[in-house]
Design a protein around this ligand. Structure first.
Ligand code: ATP
Length: 490
């Protein structure tokens, strides 16, 4: 409607000018060009570029270091580095070169973005966030232009907010700052990275407005070495998965606004969530609250928290109904895993379930008593035995095995491979490159067969207990570790 009116008005003006003898051809040429741009979509692409730049800019929320659970080493290292921004005069008096970049490396969801926001709050800096992928464009020069613009906007934002420093946070930096010359459209990638290096080189002490670049990556190994040389990102802070204490403090942070029932034990949840990141733990707390709401409960109980761990680990419960025979096979299979887990590592089973979730038809949850950073030969062989136990149980109780164990075998193989490459096999200390594929294969096969024989022997001597666990699972679908232990020791 509006378009039609506009075209009508322009046509009327053109006719009027023509009537009065004005030369309208140049105007018509420009109008034609604009029309063609609109028609081919090129105009919308250009304006999208502008709009995208605006999306890139995220301004700060008030996250402080106290909102971040665990990560005490990372926090301390970071605070120390930030003294450069907080007390520039001291740095200047000592003739110290100012810090230009801090690189946060570590697995996803461990709080790198939160640390950058907290750094801005700690140093009273303007905060601008961008993601590496938003600088990558097909068109040469666009990425470099965005980098330039980002630094300009950081300074403008700080001035507008009356601050003397700005922190630019670039997430997924490996996307824009990977090793140069390795991409198909390498010219564009290289220009973008070069521009970032130029901007970082241009940040000096003399400036009365300091800009600090913080970047995060899960793949530090992919970064261009030029970025890591002194004078650029010369501080690297490792942000690891939280240990048990870290997990507990993250859980406490994310439940501080939620009602917890008296039986809720966050310490146990922390113990059962080895390998979870802060983002996983936040999700556990959130899911537990949703489950409590669904149950019309007024507070989150321990059961909600444990169910939430399973949900975050495996996915939502499925309505998939198995045939009775299949269900019994799953019960025997999971019973086998649980039985061997308890025999080789007493007290380790936390729960067993045969209700399908995500990709799994059943699941045994084992809680490590302590976070394990290194493993001994006996711990590794025990893990292999637990993996092999599901299929062995099926064969001994039901007469034949099924495809349900493919994933278990993969895991067992991987553990055995790790043993060989760590020098824990009959081959002794080995070098991976010098090891022939056959000899690697045979050694792994040897480890697996040896453990398989041991698992068969153990299940054979506990087959009645295994049948007991399987029948119980058929009735209750889920069993707690204590119940399993009671049945096994009966
Ligand atoms: P990615 O590498 O995927 O970008 P990230 O390391 O930047 O992830 P964040 O975005 O900082 O992770 O964290 C995601 C969410 O996880 C946060 O919003 C927060 O809810 C939670 N979280 C992660 N780590 C912590 C932590 N140490 N303390 C409290 N909450 C955390």
């Amino acid at each position: 409607m509006l378009k039609a009116a506009g075209v009508g008005i322009i046509a009327a003006i053109l006719v009027f000018l023509l009537w009065n003898g004005v030369d309208v051809w140049p105007v018509m040429l420009i109008l034609g060009l604009l029309l063609a741009l609109t028609y081919t979509g090129a105009w919308s692409k250009l304006s999208q570029g502008r709009r995208k730049r605006q999306v890139v800019l995220g301004t700060e929320s008030h996250t402080t270091f106290n909102d971040i659970g665990g990560q005490s080493t990372a926090k301390n290292e970071l605070k120390e580095a930030l003294e450069f921004v907080r007390h520039p005069e001291r740095i200047r008096d000592m003739g110290i070169r100012p810090l230009k970049g801090i690189l946060l490396t570590g697995p996803p969801g461990t709080g790198k973005t939160m640390l950058a926001k907290a750094a801005a709050e700690y140093t009273d800096s303007a905060f601008l966030a961008a993601s590496g992928s938003e600088f990558v464009e097909m068109y040469a020069g666009v990425g470099a232009q965005r980098v330039r613009q980002l630094f300009v906007e950081a300074r403008q934002l700080a001035r507008r907010q009356g601050q003397t420093s700005a922190i630019i946070f670039i997430d997924e930096i490996e996307v824009m700052a990977g090793k140069r010359g390795q991409h198909h459209s390498h010219l564009e990638y290289d220009q973008t990275l070069n521009q970032l290096l130029v901007e970082m080189d241009g940040m000096g002490t003399a400036e009365n407005l300091r800009v600090l670049v913080m970047a995060a990556t899960n793949r530090g190994d992919l970064l261009d070495p030029a970025l890591l040389r002194p004078g650029r990102f010369d501080r690297q802070v490792r942000v690891d998965l939280p240990d048990r204490e870290g997990r507990l403090s993250i859980l406490q942070l994310h439940t501080r606004n939620k009602p917890l029932a008296l039986d809720a034990e966050l310490g146990r949840v922390a113990q059962e969530t080895f390998g979870f990141s802060g983002a996983h733990l936040e999700s556990v707390c959130n899911e537990a609250a949703i489950m409590a709401l669904r149950d019309c409960a007024t507070a989150i109980s321990q059961k909600h928290l444990m169910d939430a761990i399973d949900k975050v680990l495996l996915g939502e419960k499925l309505d998939r109904t198995l045939r009775a025979g299949e269900l019994y096979r799953v019960a025997v299979h999971e019973g086998g895993h649980a039985l061997i887990a308890e025999l080789v590592n007493p007290g380790s089973v936390s729960s067993v379930t045969i209700s399908p979730r995500g990709m799994a038809l059943g699941f045994v949850r084992q809680a490590p008593q302590d976070d394990r950073l290194i493993q001994t030969i006996s711990e590794l062989t025990a893990d292999i035995q637990v993996c092999l136990a599901g299929s062995a149980a099926e064969r001994l109780v039901l007469g034949e095995r099924s495809t349900g164990a493919a994933n278990d075998f993969e895991k067992a193989w991987e553990i055995a491979r790790r043993m060989v490459l760590s020098g824990l096999s009959s081959l002794g200390v080995v070098q991976e490159e010098a090891l022939s594929p056959e000899s690697l294969y045979q050694t792994i096969q040897g480890i697996i067969s040896e453990q398989q024989a041991e698992v068969d022997r153990l299940i054979d001597s506990h087959v009645e207990q295994l049948r007991g666990v399987a029948s119980h699972l058929m009735e209750t679908e889920t069993m707690a570790g204590d119940m399993i232990r009671a049945l096994i020791s009966a």
